[in-house]
Structures are given as C-alpha cells and as structure tokens.
Design a protein around this ligand. Sequence first.
Ligand SMILES: Cc1cc2nc3c(=O)[nH]c(=O)nc-3n(C[C@H](O)[C@H](O)[C@H](O)COP(=O)(O)OP(=O)(O)OC[C@H]3O[C@@H](n4cnc5c(N)ncnc54)[C@H](O)[C@@H]3O)c2cc1C
Length: 446
Amino acid sequence: MAGQLGQTAIVIGAGMGGLAAAAALSPHFAAVQVLDKDTLPDGFDPRSGAGQSSHIHQLLKGGAETLERLLPGMHAAFYDAGAVELRAGQDIALRDFGGLMKEIDAGFTVASLSRPAYERVLRERVQALTNVTIDDQTPVKRFTVSNGICNGVELEDGTMVAADLVVDASGMNAPLAEQLAADGHTEYSTEAIRINVTYVTGRFAMPEAYRGERKGFFFLPAPPSHYFGLLLPVENDEWVVSLGGRGANVPPRDLEGFIDYASRYETDDIYKRIRDAKPVADLKMYRKPYSTRRRYDQAKRWPDRLLPIGDTISTINPTYGQGMSVAALQAGLLADKLASRAAAGVGLDGLAAEYLPPAFAISHGAWSISTNSDYVYPETEGERPVNFAVSRTVATVLRKLCDTDEDFLIFRYRLAHMLDSDTSLRDGPLAIRFFTALQGSMPQAT
Ligand SMILES: Cc1cc2nc3c(=O)[nH]c(=O)nc-3n(C[C@H](O)[C@H](O)[C@H](O)COP(=O)(O)OP(=O)(O)OC[C@H]3O[C@@H](n4cnc5c(N)ncnc54)[C@H](O)[C@@H]3O)c2cc1C
C-alpha cells in the first residue's frame, strides 16, 4: 500500500476523538483496530461510556471541516441523518457577556445534530473504511511498552494485542495514562481547576407551531450571574435544551422546576418553546467539577508511538462547545504528520515527540477561551495565569467591538468556531483597529 507506515494501529475509545483518529490512520496502516469497552448502540441512543451523550453538543465549523477533510462527504452524511442547517450569526441568538450579539451572516453554516447522532454517523463512515474494525465490549487494561516504545495493549481479559502505533482516545478520566504512570513508563503533571458546573438537559418534540423553525438560543455565562442556557434544534424535529449553573445554583431535575428555571433568563425564548413541548426523554444531569489537562507533552518520559487525543489531554468547561472539535483538529494534525512522514519515507520513530506539543497547543486554545470566563468567578479554584487580567481585557474589548464593527463580529464567530486564531488580532488586518480600541482599557499595574 503506497504511503503505508505500519501494519497495525490500535485506537482505544470509539468516541469522537477515537473515530476521527481512526480516519487519520486508515491511509497509512494495513489494519486499524478501534477498541471500546462500551456497548455501541445501532441507533442514535446515548450510551453510558460517554456519559455526556445526552447533553447538548454543538460541532463547531472548524471541527466539522476537519472531519470533512478526513472523510469527504461527512457534511452530507450529517444532513442525511437529519441535521438542521444553522447559519452562524443569524440562526442562533447568542447572548455573551450579558448582551445579545448583533445579527450578521458570519459566512458559514453548522450542521446541528444530537451528540449520539454525530457519533453514530461518524462511526458509520469510519466502519465503511475497509481496513478499520471497531470492536465494542473490549476493555483495555494497559499499554504495553518495551525499550521506551509502546508496542500494543493488554486487554482486561489478559489478551495481548501488538501494534506499530497506539492512539489513546479513552476520554476525560484518562484511565490508561494513569495506568501507564503506575507501571512506571511516564511521569506527567496534571493541572485541574475547580469549576463546579452542572448541566441539566431535556429533549423535547417541537410542538407543531415550531416545526421547521431553524433557531437556536445560547445564553452564555455572564459573570457574576451563575447560570447559562442552551437550546438547539436537532434531528427528528426535536430540541435539546441544556440549562446550567455553577456551585449551588443547580437547575432542577423535575420537569416543572426545569421549565420554571428557563423562565428566569433575560428573554423567554427558551421558556416559551419548552413550556408546552412534550419531553421525549427523562431529564439528565451532568456535574463537571473540574477542568483538567495533562501535560503529556512535558512528561519526563513518554513512550514513543503512543499518541493521546481529545479529552484525555484536556477536558474543559463544555459551555463553549469545543471538545469534539479539539479532538477532530488533533486528528487532522495526526493525518498531516503521517502524510508528511509517508511522503518523506520516514517511519514512525519520534512521532510522539513531534505530535505532542502541537496537539497540546490545539487544546490550549480551547482551554484559554473557557477558563477566561471560569476564572472571573471568585469561587473557581485554581491558579490564575499571570496574564489573566490582560487576556480578560482583550476578550472584553473584542466583545465590545462586535457591537459596532462587523469585521470584528465576523472574526469573533470565526474564532469561536476554530476557523481563525487570535493571532489575527496581533498581526492580521484587524490589528491596528484592535490595538487602538485596547489602548486605555488595559489594567493598570498596581
Ligand atoms: C455536559 C457536556 C456538554 C458538552 N458539550 C459539548 C459541545 O457542545 N460541543 C463539543 O464539541 N463538545 C462538548 N462536550 C465535550 C465532548 O463531549 C468531549 O470533548 C468529546 O466527547 C471528547 O471525545 P473523546 O473521544 O476524547 O472522548 P469520549 O467521547 O468520552 O470517548 C471515550 C471513549 O473511550 C472509551 N473507553 C474509556 N476507557 C476505556 C478502556 N479502558 N478501554 C476501552 N475503551 C475505553 C469509552 O467507552 C468512550 O467511548 C461536552 C461535554 C459535556 C460533559
């Protein structure tokens, strides 16, 4: 096979990160084996291995475009599964920093599905790759390492499976990285900040009067207020509605209390839609006590040919909808690294050291956006970065500019959707206007 770098690659975890990684590996290995401990459903049902499945998930445009690059036809597959097309800047009324963002055509659309549907559609596409197999109910116990190189995995039942490359997509609790450290093959530091965020989520059939409406509503956290609320239309003429709070401010889990909680937002957009809507599932609660990231990139020792992806590197406050897209972008990075090694005739040696820093950088961008509002809450436990006041001012000035300048408004949507990076504010066409606005807003040294 042209471009082949090895015989077998193993991916642990068949969530969004593991599936995207399998697509990246497929052109370069004779066989790619995806192993998951969970039972993977045939339909669009939430599953226990990804406990967050029932809650609202938006796939950002940057993530969706990367999946399309890895698996051409992905966009169309999402729409075939019933995704609702939403025009960014117009179809989702967005309140951020407490104010409604002006309406604008940001120049792109997003495909809105439930999380189980995104995953099921992606799984179907990955399963169709002839050299990929997905085995569920296959828990992995540990990575096997010899002479500093990961050479496979040991399953819970004791079976050893050899591989030329292993991807860890086992999610936010990072069970296998912990085991790797316990086995003495690595030593890495973990940063955790206590955010104490709770989601309660309902899924509703749209009443007749709203059928065909393509509108979402986001009330993002606006410190010092302790709540947020998100509604998106998804497949099957349904809404997913997640109401959230911080600390003791936990949305009720009974329907009456949930609807009452929705009536407290600045506008009644969510409330009036769900007050007479029929729930199609029980309300689900998800507590997210910590944002956590693991510095595998700075580990004292890290086995070569072992690549972590997605939540195992970094798991953050999900309110900004970034996790699936971070995983997709890391899979895109992996695809690029493998393709250039194949083109140069270079094998897999040294791949982990080459991949880990840029993979961390992708998750760091998302971490910065979410912690920028988390740290404003005094009860958030964790050491604020030294430049926190500056980065908060930058975010506040950018938000204000969006009320008066459409170029900044469009840029901010592109930034939020991981299509642009904030370096454009320093050296792109907006830089001079941005620094002019920033003057006088910077915090004074004390
Ligand atoms: C409430 C909530 C809302 C969210 N909203 C959004 C959103 O709007 N947009 C967004 O992009 N992201 C959102 N996220 C984040 C998103 O869910 C994650 O970032 C994303 O799912 C990470 O994918 P992953 O593949 O790394 O992990 P997961 O999807 O969690 O997959 C990990 C997989 O590994 C398997 N596994 C674990 N251990 C083993 C083992 N030992 N052996 C075999 N298999 C194993 C599990 O069964 C699971 O299938 C949200 C998260 C939460 C909690």
